[in-house]
Each structure stands twice: as structure tokens, then as C-alpha cells.
Design a protein around this ligand. Sequence first.
Ligand code: SAM
Length: 271
Amino acid sequence: MSEEKTTYMPGAHLDIAKMPGHWLLARMGKRVLRPGGLELTRKMLDALAIDSADHVVEFAPGLGVTARLTLARQPASYTAIERDEAAAASVRSFLTDARYRCLVGNAEETGLEDASATVVYGEAMLTMHTPGQKARIVREAYRILQPGGRYGIHELGLTPDDLSEATKDAILRDLSAAIHVGARPLTSSEWRAVLEAEGFQVRAEFTAPMHLLEPKRMIQDEGLGRALRIFFNILRTPAARQRVLAMRRVFRTYQDHLMAISLVAVKPEAI
Ligand SMILES: C[S@@+](CC[C@H](N)C(=O)[O-])C[C@H]1O[C@@H](n2cnc3c(N)ncnc32)[C@H](O)[C@@H]1O
């Protein structure tokens, strides 16, 4: 049994048949829980260009995979806002510098000071929220950023931009039923509009296939040894196997219309 499973496992008390898909995958040993995998994360981080002068805020770090990549850039400060206590504890377990912290809280209302960050980012966390919550989270990012600050998102996308409402509704329904979380992915234009509505200017966009549960991506993201352990854990847990196969079935059914998308935007300088 892996260390994080025994020590800091979000959703450990939940029933496998009903728990959110991301915590089910985490229980099986998966650590990378965002749709575009590490490759898209790296593109986002490169575009955010975090360096030692930056004050970074991460929304919803989950098990902290991106946090480690960010900390390798030695920012001036790093604050994560994570609503799940066990996930926050798992991030805290590797934060050894007093300038780096993980708070349990809600990205809609972080309690952080106005203009206290130069970089804010969050992955696989806006998609699961309603339009109103998405707007509040993006507004909060805007509020805590200094003018000129950068905001990165990495979420589930829909393609093409003119996808019919009927297909969008079917994807939303099937996806939410499979992952047991209300998933509301958006097209590229819709994601841009969510950011622009709060005042951001989008500067970069990256996309990747939605291959979260495809073997090649699992090996790329987790390494061969861990990927094999995850496969083994899924195989020997019938309830989990059923759920993971159902999730993969939905991802494959809609593979032509699902994608991972990352946008990097800036808060304009004050005029
Ligand atoms: C799908 S996981 C993604 C975790 C991580 N960002 C990753 O990509 O691997 C979603 C995460 O968002 C967190 N979360 C969701 N809504 C949140 C909110 N409003 N504020 C803070 N954390 C939130 C959950 O607790 C969970 O850790």
C-alpha cells in the first residue's frame, strides 16, 4: 500500500461506487489528476514563466504534483488553497520552507490580500463548478493578482467551438454520471470568455487530447512502475474497475469532442 494511501488519502472514508472520480483514481495510486497530463502542465508553467521573484498562489493543488514543479523554480513565496484537508496535508508534507504553505480553503474566497500575488494558477478545478462558481473563482484570482500578474488554467475543453448544444448536454450528462461530479467543460471561446469577463487578457492557449486514462499517458504521467501499480490496484478492486472502465468509456465515446485546454492570461497593468 502506498504511503499517501495510508497517510493522506482524500476521500478515504467514501464508498468506491459513489466517490468523485478524481479521488477514486487517487486511491488507486494516481497522482496526476488533470486532463492534459504533465505535458500540458509544463507548457502552462513555461508560459507562466515563474521565477525567484514571483509570489505564486495555486488553487486546488490536489496531491501536489504541480506544486513540486513550481517549487523547483524557487519562487519568493508559494501559497496553495485546497478545500480537501487530506489533500492539503499531503501537500504540506513536502513543504519545508517557511515561505511555502498550503491552506485549507475555498478558491472562491481565499482570504488572501488584494494584489498579493504575481502568479495564480489552478488545474482541473474550474470544470467541476457551476458558471457562477467559475466566475467567482476567476474573480478571486483577479483580485489577488497584482496588475501585470499572470493567471493559468488547465481544464477540460469541448471542441469544436460550434459544438451543438445537444452534444454538449449529452457530454455533460454522461461525464457527470461517470465521474460523480458535476462536470461542465467549455469550448475554447467559452473558457476565454470566462476569463475575459473578469478583466483578464488571454495571452496563450495550449491543447492536448483528453487521454487521462489511456495507458500511454498514464505511463508518461506516472512512470512505468507506478502506472503498473495503478493498473494492478484497479484490476484487483472490482468496484473500482467498473467505475474506471465506465469513465474511460465516456472519454472514448466523446474523444472527438473532448480535449484538455490550458490558457494563460494577464491582469492588465493599471492605466
Ligand atoms: C480533479 S482534482 C485536481 C487536483 C490537481 N489540481 C491536479 O490537477 O492533479 C480537483 C481538486 O480541486 C479541489 N477543489 C475543488 N474545488 C475547490 C475550491 N473551490 N477551492 C479549493 N480547492 C478546490 C479538490 O479538493 C481537488 O483537490
